[in-house]
Write a protein that binds this ligand. Structure first.
Ligand code: EPZ
Length: 432
């Protein structure tokens, strides 16, 4: 499937942010911790939730989705072997904890690296092993067991990985005794997952300095939870409001407290925003100016925001610098942007101040963007979700027609994107 976009049209109006993809899929896995029903409201209908639904059903859940409400209930674990899914995402490894707690064994697929980096899962596995899991693997599957059950432990993560933090939390809520996670990731999505787990009966506390405390309980129960709005959608739509003078986009449900770092970056490049009761309106009066940005774990500037933000920097006067410290290979999409007319050079040196794991390793993880440069429509293929969104924004900014191929990748994370963009003035068509 493709999107055909005629760029350069003014974008004005209100666009509503849906429930967070990266919280929803983990909450679906959290529902496997209980034999009672969990109800998730503000549930996004996206490719990633469909894939995770199949995963949960394979394990034994009944999943019913009615509009933006999902009901998940797993009275029994039908299969601890996650082996025959028709589509893949990175979620199955998070099912290890619930499966080990409920049936003492689990098999999930090994996930390879992807287009943004190697994406190893060593921190997940180290954490689960410290809780007492025995894990082996071949080139296709991880085989885990916990014959004596999981037991709480003090675990220090070598890097505050989002997935590893979630994995250890999901495994330890039903483990015996107390678990302490030091150097944990503290993204708002993780906080929202913790809120759901607390409603389900877990005992979880937050310490200062990235510490999470969990007292294992014997049983979890059903709960109802409204999923937090998607920060990545909010930022993508905000960038549309900032793309041209004259644009004005109200991002309904955008939450200021979860976007503080982004809002500061917007102000530094000369963008404007108005915080309202139920969202944030983005616009600009004058030209944008160059800036420097370094991605980091929360509360830093999120790695998933650098791609839409980079498009704004192509329209800013001067030389901007982006230092990507979370993934080693997240500038692949610059190639297509250069073909559209952007002036972007990518370097393996660290062009920033944050301590970075990629220093001196030759990974292309810093970019210099010189602007402003007019962009021209082209045909391009989506590489990964966020790069695809950057290409969408570039195509909406560009003069002329763009064709974006492989949009299934965008549908994994953005519900009904073309319809929502048309409602604010975009000239976009979905074509088979
Ligand atoms: C989550 O990925 C998100 N995905 C990503 O969003 C997001 O970019 C990322 O967090 C950072 O915020 C989901 O929530 C499904 P990490 P995750 O573990 O959990 C390294 C999107 O487009 N690492 O924090 O996989 C890893 O290689 C996606 O929505 C290890 O070295 O992120 C990476 O460089 C893309 N060993 C860094 O840590 C490990 O065991 C951050 O990864 C785990 C991670």
């Amino acid at each position: 499937m493709r999107f055909i976009i005629n760029g350069g049209k003014p974008l004005r109006g209100t666009i509503e942010v849906k429930g967070s993809k990266n919280a929803t899929t983990k909450m679906m896995i959290a529902s496997l911790l209980t034999d009672e029903e969990c109800v998730l409201e503000n549930f996004p209908s996206i490719g990633d939730t469909e894939i995770t639904k199949e995963l949960c059903e394979h394990i034994g859940a009944t999943v019913t989705i009615d509009g933006s409400t999902a009901r998940l209930c797993t009275p029994n674990i039908k299969s601890h072997r996650v082996t025959q899914l028709t589509r893949r995402n990175r979620i199955p490894i998070l099912a290890l904890g619930p499966l080990l707690n409920r049936v003492g064994k689990a098999e999930v697929p090994v996930l390879g690296g992807d287009k943004i980096g190697a994406r190893p899962v060593d921190i997940h596995l180290d954490g689960l092993k410290q809780l007492g899991a025995e894990i082996t693997h071949d080139d296709k599957f991880f085989y885990a067991s916990a014959p004596n059950g999981l037991t709480g432990a003090t675990i220090t993560l070598r890097y505050p990985s989002v997935g590893a933090t979630e994995n250890i939390i999901l495994a330890s809520v039903l483990a015996k005794g107390r678990t302490v996670i030091h150097n944990a990731a503290v993204e708002p999505e993780i906080m929202d997952i913790i809120l759901l787990l607390q409603k389900m009966g877990a005992i979880i506390g937050l310490g200062s300095d990235r510490t999470i405390y969990i007292e294992g309980v014997k049983k979890m129960h059903g709960a109802r939870h409204r999923i937090l709005p998607d920060r990545n959608e909010a930022v993508s739509f905000a960038c549309l409001g900032l793309a041209f003078p004259g644009n004005e986009v109200t991002v309904k449900n955008a939450v200021q407290k979860d976007l503080i770092t982004f809002l500061n970056a917007v102000r530094k490049i000369g963008g404007e925003y108005r915080i309202e009761d139920d969202g944030i309106t983005f616009f600009r009066k004058d030209g944008l100016v160059a800036s420097e940005v370094e991605t980091d774990t929360h509360p830093g500037f999120m790695t998933d925001w650098q791609q839409p933000f980079l498009i704004l920097l192509t329209q800013a006067v001067g030389t901007s610098v982006i230092h990507e410290t979370v993934y080693e290979d997240r500038f692949g999409y610059a190639e297509e942007l250069r073909a559209m007319g952007a002036n972007i050079a990518v370097f393996s040196k660290c062009l920033g101040e944050l301590p970075c794991r990629y220093n001196g390793q030759g990974h292309p993880h810093s970019a210099i963007v010189s602007g402003p440069t007019p962009l021209t429509g082209i045909t391009l293929k989506v590489r990964d979700l966020r790069a695809g969104m950057a290409h969408m924004i570039a195509a909406l900014v560009a003069e002329g027609e763009s064709t974006i191929e492989g949009i299934e990748e965008i549908d994994r994370g953005y519900e009904d994107l073309d319809t929502r963009l048309r409602a604010i003035g975009a000239d976009i068509r979905r074509v088979d």
